[in-house]
Ligand binder design. Structure first.
Ligand code: F6R
Length: 243
């Protein structure tokens, strides 16, 4: 696992955007796996700026997002559909037909999950998957548990994730209790993985990830099974300033 420790969030975001741009320049038809949450906001901002400067062309790119709350309307400002439109999609030239996000409105979520997996396979698989990490070590919404689920599925959010994400909603009660998420095998099947983490509250999760022990109590530790993972974090998440 390659670890890049940056001085601060902006540097981390620029480094991540540079890696994304490099991938797209190498192969304009890249299939990207994307994450939401506060961590990648700076990376998306940089990617939009690079697009405006003519440094990236997204016209051949296909995207698959990791997850979406369930149930939630796409028009809900807290939905990941809305987030992606605001942070990236409406600013760049990814063709709409190439954008995929799990469906938070699906009448039959199990069927929708199977279709999502089929779409990923039909696209040739994800070339580069961006991940954030939960304070509890979740990746996507694969929460710590006695066992993990391999493929895209409907899952319950843990109390700790509901509490952590309540900051985006008016109150904790409004946080949906479920989500549709890629499974751990879906994530591990990406050819390359880029995990971003910043802030002291991510330190324990990053320490567990880098301990090289694999446990379902910290789903991110399964990334140790993958041959091409880059972790970009700031000093606080890495713990460089710990005594
Ligand atoms: C979001 C996702 C989650 C987040 C994680 C960290 O698509 O899959 O696993 O990456 O909850 O969220 P932030 O970045 O808000 O700390």
């Amino acid at each position: 696992m390659r670890v890049i420790v940056c001085d601060h969030y902006d540097e981390m975001s620029k480094e991540a955007a540079r890696i994304m741009a490099h991938e797209i320049t190498l192969c304009p038809k890249r299939v990207l796996g994307l994450a939401t949450g506060s961590t990648p906001v700076g990376m998306y901002r940089e990617m939009c700026a690079m697009y405006k400067r003519g440094e990236i062309d997204f016209s051949g790119v296909t995207t698959f997002n990791l997850d979406e709350y369930y149930p939630i309307r796409r028009s809900n400002p807290q939905s990941y559909h809305y987030f992606m439109q605001e942070q990236l999609f409406r600013h760049v030239n990814i063709p709409e037909k190439n954008i995929h996000i799990p469906d938070g409105e699906a009448a039959d979520p199990e069927k929708a999950c199977k279709e999502y997996e089929a779409e990923i396979a039909e696209s040739g698989g994800i070339d580069l998957q961006v991940l954030g990490i939960g304070v509890n070590g979740h990746i996507g919404f694969n929460e710590p548990a006695g066992s993990l689920v391999a493929r895209t599925h409907l899952t319950d959010l843990t109390e700790s994730t509901i509490k952590a994400n309540a900051r985006f909603f008016k109150s904790e009660d409004e946080v949906p209790k479920h989500a549709v998420t890629m499974g751990v095998a879906t994530i591990l099947q990406a050819k390359k993985i880029l995990l971003l983490a910043n802030g002291k509250n991510k330190h324990d999760a990053i320490r567990a990830l880098l301990s090289e022990r694999i446990s379902t109590s910290n789903p991110a530790t399964f990334l140790n099974l993958h041959p091409d993972v880059t972790v970009i974090c700031d000093k606080e998440a890495y713990g460089e300033n710990d005594s």
